[in-house]
Design a protein around this ligand. Structure first.
Ligand code: AP5
Length: 182
């Protein structure tokens, strides 16, 4: 299975992707996690990304695409994947399509996780990651609306997108996504 989880910050993309990937033997490719690892390691890439992430803006497409390409090209032969937090804008989506065409492995399903802003904000404030303070969360939501939400129509047009209500327990939402994957 080659799929992607799309949705606003706090919708549960990371939580669901981690569980589904481990249950189904898929590669979980989270650009947020990969970038945070670079920041923690203090690499040149991480130093470039750190301040941008702290503001809740998007890191440059070139930087993110380099990480994704490297990860997809070095995965085990035949291993499926679950993208989480990527692509984040139309440019990234188009670059991904070119890369996947090169690999001969197009995306099969995009799952959109839908949740009200009030619940998103509450979940993120409860978590308390470095970029989970109210001002930055509001900026991340605005960046999502402006730059990422246009992907909904993009994937609808390709007949790939299915929406899932992301309210309820982690298990309930996981069952909704699993039904689509099957
Ligand atoms: P990223 O790490 O992708 O963050 P995000 O999209 O803002 O998403 P979150 O991780 O906040 O939310 P999520 O939907 O994964 O929810 P989660 O499962 O964690 O990106 C961070 C930054 O990196 C960006 O701002 C940007 O700077 C940069 N970046 C990343 N990718 C990029 C890209 N492609 N291009 C450019 N820049 C990029 O859940 C949230 C909380 O809710 C958790 O505490 C969880 O335990 C809880 N929770 C989950 N499910 C439930 C439930 N059902 N009920 C109650 N609580 C729940």
């Amino acid at each position: 299975m080659r799929a992607m989880l799309l949705g606003p910050p706090g919708a549960g993309k990371g939580t669901q992707a981690q569980q589904l990937a481990s249950a189904r033997g898929l590669l979980h490719l989270s650009t947020g996690d990969l970038l945070r690892a670079e920041v923690a390691a203090g690499s040149p890439l991480g130093q470039e990304a750190k301040a941008v992430m702290a503001r809740g803006e998007l890191v440059s497409d070139a930087l993110v695409l380099a990480i994704v390409r490297q990860r997809l090209e070095t995965r085990s032969e035949g291993e499926g994947w679950l993208l989480d937090g990527f692509p984040r804008n139309l440019q990234q989506a188009e670059a991904l399509e070119i890369l996947l065409a090169e690999l001969g492995q197009p995306i099969e399903l995009v799952v959109l996780l839908e949740l009200d802003d009030a619940l998103l904000i509450q979940r993120l404030l409860n978590r308390g990651r470095d970029d989970d303070n109210e001002a930055v969360i509001r900026n991340r939501l605005e960046v999502y609306r402006q730059q990422t939400a246009p992907l909904i129509q993009h994937y609808l047009d390709q007949g790939l997108l299915q929406a899932v209500e992301a309210e309820g327990s982690v298990e309930q939402i996981g069952a909704r996504i699993t039904a689509l994957l099957e």
